[in-house]
Structures are given as structure tokens and as C-alpha cells.
Design a protein around this ligand. Structure first.
Ligand SMILES: Cc1cc2nc3c(=O)[nH]c(=O)nc-3n(C[C@H](O)[C@H](O)[C@H](O)COP(=O)(O)OP(=O)(O)OC[C@H]3O[C@@H](n4cnc5c(N)ncnc54)[C@H](O)[C@@H]3O)c2cc1C
Ligand code: FES
Length: 278
């Protein structure tokens, strides 16, 4: 009975309060949010919520904080259209609606005990931040952790303070690159695929987790296969237009799968034959 009540409650939009809003770049803002009554969102890394503003609309957004932070959760929102621009105008104390969490996230129990190669492009670092912080909070449950991050230019980097702390850890191999930079940039310049050949990994015990813009997947997956990582150990997360978020409307369908319910996280073996997926 209890389980049924919990499941049903995921269909209902709940009132949630913005506790904190931080501008991260000219396009992205980070919101710390709490459900009314202090209820925990109870999500898994890689899941998403449907966030709504009354009278404006509703959008799917990845939960970008780790479930180990239980009293609130974070959403990183890029302003691209009507709802996301309206979200950017909200301030601490403002209320929004939250449905979810929805979808299949990263399979933590399968990842445990293995090495991880996390490849984040652009806004893809948002859902991956949830996984990365979960892994760092449970560091002994995982093997080697490699984090590769790419974005267009230094000013587009998200979560800068956290990137520095990942970089400083002795138990994480972290590298980042930008597509282009001013001469004063001392780091790597080049697309993210250029970082993969240099990673020293044992393919049979490595799970690669890749999230980024659609154009990135084809090239990154080619590099990962070239490193002999098995297809079922390459995980990707897809963004598709969504309406219901829970397998009812068909809006997010990719051939035989519903991205909202069967994904957004898939392994490459599952989706490689679906031409529409890439
Ligand atoms: C599972 C999932 C997780 C997501 N996580 C995040 C996140 O963490 N942060 C974030 O900023 N955005 C995320 N998105 C994308 C976000 O949902 C869209 O940007 C948002 O729906 C746009 O709504 P809008 O009303 O602001 O813009 P609209 O006016 O509806 O659209 C503006 C432009 O964005 C395009 N667009 C709209 N929705 C999508 C979509 N779902 N996928 C790709 N392009 C889209 C439209 O084609 C149009 O070109 C996620 C989407 C999905 C499906
Ligand atoms: S968004 Fe409705 S079925 Fe996926």
C-alpha cells in the first residue's frame, strides 16, 4: 500500500520553493529547490523532473544534485524558450510545480565496483554532476574515476568551483578542454574526443557514461569502442521533446522506446540499431 501511495504521488505536481538561485553563465542558472513540507525528492542520479510555472508551462529538467543531499535538490536551467526564460526570472521564495522524479537513471548498483569514465559535454555536466557527487560521497564503492569535461569556451563552464575540487582530488583523474579560448587560457583546447586516447583504462571493468549535445555522441562512442569498452558498458542519456514524462503521450518516442520511461539513460547495445536515436 505504501509503495502504491509513493508511486501515485509521482504523477502529481507538488508545490516547491526556490531556496537559492545562482547565475552560472550568461545562459544558465542553478536553482536549489525544496518540496513543500520538506519531503525528500528521493531520486536516482540521471533522473529528471517536470518543472512547471503556473500559467506558463512545464519542462523536463535533469536533477543535478546527488541524492545524498536529501533536504533539497538542484536544477541547472539553460534559457532557450518560453518556460526556461520564465524560470530564469524567478527568485528565492518563489514557488514552482515539480512532478517526478521520472525515468531510468544511471544504474548505480551495476556501476558499483567498476571503474568509471565520465564524459560530459556542455550542459551534459548537469545530470552527470548528480552521478559524480554521488560517487564521490560513496567513493569506496567504485574503482578508478576518470572525468572528462568539454565545453565551448572557458566562460561557458558550469559548476566552476566544483570542477576545481574534482581536479584537486587524488582519487579522481580529471581533465577538461574547450573548443576555443583566448591566449591567456592555459588548459587544453580541442574537442572532447581528443582527451579519450590519453586515458589509461581497463576496458573490461570500465563503464563509460556520456552526456552532451547530440552531435557529440557519435564521435565519443567511436573513441570508446576504439578503447575496447563493451557496448553494454557505454551509457548515454538522451533529450527528447516530452509532454507527460511518464510513458503516456508518445511525444518522446524513439522507434520502439519511450525516452521518458525506458530512458533517458540507455546503454549503447540497446539503442545502436535505432537510426533515430543519434
Ligand atoms: C530528460 C531531459 C532532461 C533535460 N535536462 C535539462 C537540464 O538539466 N537543463 C536544461 O536547461 N534543459 C534540460 N532539458 C531541455 C529542456 O527540457 C528544454 O530546454 C525545455 O523544455 C525548453 O522549453 P522552453 O519552453 O523554454 O522552450 P521552447 O520554446 O519549448 O523551445 C525552445 C527551443 O528548445 C528546443 N527544445 C525544447 N525542448 C527540448 C527538448 N526536450 N530537447 C531538445 N530540445 C528541446 C525547441 O525545439 C526549441 O528550439 C532536458 C530535456 C529532457 C528531455
Ligand atoms: S513524454 Fe509522454 S510518453 Fe514520453
Amino acid at each position: 500500500m505504501d509503495k502504491m501511495v509513493i508511486k501515485e504521488s509521482r504523477y502529481i505536481s507538488k508545490k516547491a520553493k526556490i531556496l537559492r538561485s545562482v547565475r552560472m553563465t550568461s545562459n544558465e542558472m542553478l536553482f536549489e529547490i525544496t518540496l513543500e513540507g520538506g519531503e525528500s525528492l528521493d531520486h536516482e542520479p540521471g533522473q529528471f523532473v517536470m518543472a512547471s510555472i503556473y500559467g506558463v508551462g512545464e519542462v523536463p529538467v535533469s536533477i543535478c544534485s546527488s541524492p545524498t543531499a536529501r533536504n533539497s535538490f538542484d536544477l541547472c536551467v539553460r534559457a532557450v524558450g518560453k518556460v526556461t526564460h520564465a524560470l530564469h526570472k524567478l527568485e528565492p521564495g518563489d514557488m514552482i510545480g515539480i512532478r517526478g522524479p521520472y525515468g531510468k537513471g544511471f544504474p548505480i548498483r551495476i556501476l558499483e565496483g567498476n571503474d568509471l569514465l565520465i564524459v560530459a559535454g556542455g550542459l551534459g555536466v548537469a545530470p552527470l554532476r548528480s552521478l559524480i557527487n554521488y560517487v564521490l560521497d560513496n567513493r569506496r564503492d567504485f574503482g578508478k574515476v576518470h572525468i572528462l569535461l568539454g565545453c565551448k569556451s572557458p566562460k561557458d563552464m558550469l559548476f566552476i568551483n566544483e570542477l576545481d575540487s574534482w581536479n584537486e582530488r587524488m582519487d579522481v583523474h580529471y581533465e577538461c578542454t574547450v573548443d576555443r579560448a583566448e591566449p591567456d587560457w592555459a588548459g587544453n583546447v580541442g574537442v572532447i574526443t581528443t582527451l579519450i586516447p590519453g586515458v589509461d583504462l581497463e576496458p573490461e571493468r570500465t563503464f563509460a557514461v556520456v552526456v552532451g549535445p547530440p552531435v557529440m555522441y557519435k564521435f565519443v562512442i567511436k573513441e570508446l569502442l576504439g578503447k575496447n569498452i563493451p557496448e553494454r558498458q557505454i551509457l548515454v542519456s538522451f533529450e527528447r521533446h516530452m509532454k507527460c514524462g511518464m510513458g503516456k503521450c508518445g511525444r518522446c518516442q524513439i522507434q520502439s522506446v519511450y525516452c521518458c520511461q525506458d530512458g533517458p539513460v540507455f546503454n549503447y547495445e540497446q539503442i545502436k540499431h535505432m537510426s533515430e536515436a543519434f
